[in-house]
Design a protein around this ligand. Structure first.
Ligand code: ATP
Length: 506
C-alpha cells in the first residue's frame, strides 16, 4: 500500500471510531486544528499519564508544574521568539500554494539521500554476504557524487538560514530547479519571513490594550518558574521540572493530519545542571528517552536519532528522535542542550537573579539546561499509525485491529453478555461494576458476538470478556485476547489480575 494511502486510511479510521475529528467540522472545518473524540481523549490521557509517571514519578529529582498559556509579553522578547521564531515562506504563483522555503530544500536533500539508499540496497543484493556497507559508502563514485552534492547544498542552506539571507535561499531554490509539487512550475515569489506566534489583546478596549501571545512552547513557563520551584521545593541541582500543556504555532504549511497542527500539546522537561556537566546529561537524557519509547513495545527499527547540524540560537547540542510515520521518518521528540541561554536572558530582561547556590562548590551560578520536548499529538499519531493493522483471517474474512500498547488502550476490557436474555446481562453488569473502578471498561450487548469483537478490535481493546450460560453455573468467563484472538476460560475472580498483568507488562 502506498504511504499516502495508509495515512488516509488511518485518518478515516480515526474519525469512524471516535479518535480524532476535524475541528468545527459542521462549518467545514478549521485548517490544522483537530478535536479528540471519545476514544481519542482516553488514548491521549493515557499517553500523558505514561509520560508523567516515567518522568516525574520515577525520577525523584523531577517535579511538575502547570503554567498559564498567557505570559508576560517580555518573556517572548527574552526567549528570542519575537525576533527569531519565524520560518521563511515562499509561494508558487501558479498553484497559489505556500511552502516553507527551507523545507523545499530539505525535501530535495531527502530525495538525494533516498538515491544513496537505493544504491546501497542494489549493491547489497548484488554482493550478498560479502557486502561491506561502510566501504561501499566511502568509495562508490555515484554515492560520493551525491554526498558531495548534499554537502554543497547544506553549505548554502544553513548559513543562509542563520544569516536570514532570504535572497540566498530563493537563489538556492532556483539553482536546484525545485518545482512546486502541485503545479510543477518554478514560478516562485520572493522568500519572506513569517513569525509563527499567534497574538491577541489583553485588557478591555478602553484601557491601553496590551499585545500578548499564545505560548508557542511550554518551556518558558518552566524557566520563569525555575526559582519558585527550586526554592519552595528545596530542589538540589541536578533537578528537573516537567510540564504538559498546549502550545500554539501559526504554521505556514499545516498538513499531514495531527503531525503539524496550529494548536497542539507538548510534554516537556527542563533539567537544570551544573555548567560544564550538560553534555553528560544530554547523553543521559537521549538514552533515557529512547528507553521510554522502546518500553511501549514498538520495534527499535521504527526510531532513529538525528543529530542537528544546524543548531537553534539557544543550543550547543541537539538531536531529534525521529519516528517512521506513514510519510517517512520525521521528528517526534527533540532533546536539546539549551545552555544557560534562557535563564540568563530572563535574568537580564526581568532584572531578577535566577541563580543557584551550589553548596558543594560553594558558589552561585546560572544553571545550564538540558530539555526533552515531545509532541503529544505526534506521539498519538505514532501510536495510531503503528497500531493500525489490516489482517486476513483463516476463514477468509478480514479485520482491522488497532494493536495499541495495552497500557495506552482507550478501553482495557469489554464485557459482553452472549445473549440479551436469561440473566446474562445482569451477570455481565456485575462484572462491569467490579472492574470499572480500576480500568476503563465498556459494556456492550448489541449485535452478534463476532461483530462486537470486531468493534473492540477496531478501537484496540486488549480484552473481550464474554458471559454465557455456563458462567451462571461455574462463575467462569471466556476471555479473548485482541492480537492473537486466543480464547480462554477463566474464573471471574482472576480477571482483574490478568488485565493488570497485561497493562503493566512493560
Ligand atoms: P518541526 O521541525 O517539525 O517544526 P520543531 O523542531 O519546531 O518541529 P520543537 O520546537 O522542538 O519542534 O517542539 C518540540 C516538539 O513539539 C516536536 O518534536 C514535535 O513533536 C512537537 N511539535 C512542534 N510543532 C508542532 C506542531 N505544529 N504540531 C504538532 N506537534 C508539534
Amino acid at each position: 500500500m502506498a504511504n499516502e494511502d495508509i495515512l488516509k486510511k488511518i485518518i478515516a479510521h480515526a474519525k469512524e471510531y471516535g479518535f480524532v475529528f476535524q475541528s468545527s467540522e459542521i462549518y467545514d472545518g478549521l485548517s490544522a486544528v483537530y478535536d479528540y473524540g471519545q476514544n481519542g481523549v482516553e488514548l491521549k490521557n493515557n499517553i500523558k499519564e505514561y509520560w508523567w509517571k516515567a518522568m516525574v514519578r520515577h525520577h525523584e529529582n523531577i517535579v511538575g508544574v502547570d503554567a498559564a498559556i498567557f505570559m508576560h509579553p517580555t518573556i517572548w522578547k527574552a526567549s528570542g521568539h519575537v525576533d527569531a521564531f519565524s520560518d521563511p515562506m515562499i509561494d508558487n504563483k501558479d498553484s497559489k500554494k505556500r511552502y516553507r522555503a527551507d523545507v523545499l530544500v530539505e525535501d530535495y536533500l531527502a530525495k538525494i539521500e533516498a538515491k544513496i539508499e537505493k544504491e546501497v540496497t542494489k549493491a547489497e543484493k548484488r554482493f550478498g554476504d560479502a557486502f561491506d556497507k561502510e566501504q561501499f559508502l566511502a568509495t562508490n563514485p555515484r554515492v560520493l557524487a551525491n554526498k558531495e552534492k548534499m554537502e554543497s547544498i547544506k553549505n548554502r542552506l544553513y548559513p543562509a538560514m542563520d544569516e536570514d539571507d532570504l535572497e540566498g535561499i530563493k537563489k538556492l531554490i532556483e539553482d536546484l530547479e525545485i518545482a512546486c509539487p502541485v503545479s510543477g512550475s518554478k514560478n516562485w515569489t520572493d522568500v519572506r519571513q513569517f513569525n509563527l506566534m499567534f497574538s491577541t489583546q489583553m485588557g478591555s478596549l478602553s484601557e491601553e490594550a496590551n499585545q500578548i501571545y499564545l505560548r508557542p512552547e511550554t518551556a518558558q513557563g518552566i524557566f520563569v518558574n525555575y526559582l519558585n520551584v527550586q526554592k519552595t521545593g528545596r530542589m538540589k541541582i541536578p533537578f528537573g521540572i516537567a510540564q504538559i500543556g498546549k502550545a500554539f504555532r501559526n504554521e505556514i504549511v499545516a498538513r499531514q493530519f495531527i503531525f503539524r497542527m496550529r494548536e497542539f500539546e507538548q510534554m516537556e522537561m527542563q533539567f537544570f545542571v551544573r555548567p560544564g556537566e550538560e553534555m553528560k546529561w544530554y547523553e543521559f537524557w537521549k538514552e533515557e528517552r529512547k528507553k521510554w519509547h522502546l518500553s511501549l513495545g514498538i520495534p527499535e527499527s521504527k526510531y532513529r536519532f538525528h543529530d542537528h547540524e544546524k543548531l537553534a540560537h539557544y543550543a550547543n547540542a541537539a538531536a531529534d528522535i525521529e519516528f517512521e510515520f506513514p510519510m517517512g521518518f520525521k521528528e517526534l521528540e527533540g532533546i536539546h542542550s539549551r545552555t544557560d541561554f534562557d535563564l540568563k536572558a530572563h535574568q537580564e530582561y526581568s532584572g531578577k537573579k535566577l541563580q543557584y547556590f551550589d553548596p558543594e562548590l560553594n558558589e552561585s551560578y546560572v544553571p545550564y539546561v538540558v530539555e526533552t520536548s515531545i509532541g503529544l499529538d505526534r506521539t498519538f499519531l505514532a501510536i495510531l499509525s503503528h497500531a493500525y493493522t489490516e489482517e486476513k483471517l483463516e476463514d477468509g474474512s478480514e479485520r482491522i485491529v488497532m494493536k495499541i500498547p495495552p497500557v495506552l488502550a482507550p478501553i482495557k476490557a469489554a464485557i459482553l453478555p452472549l445473549l440479551k436474555k436469561d440473566g446474562l446481562p445482569e451477570k455481565a453488569r456485575e462484572i462491569m461494576d467490579t472492574l470499572k473502578y480500576d480500568y476503563n471498561c465498556q459494556y456492550e450487548e448489541k449485535d452478534a458476538i463476532g461483530r462486537r469483537y470486531r468493534r473492540q478490535d477496531a478501537i484496540g481493546t486488549p480484552y473481550c470478556i464474554t458471559v454465557d450460560h455456563q458462567t451462571l453455573e461455574d462463575n467462569m468467563v471466556t476471555i479473548r485476547e485482541r492480537d492473537t484472538m486466543s480464547q480462554e476460560r477463566i474464573p471471574i475472580d482472576q480477571l482483574s489480575s490478568i488485565i493488570d498483568k497485561k497493562i503493566k507488562g512493560n
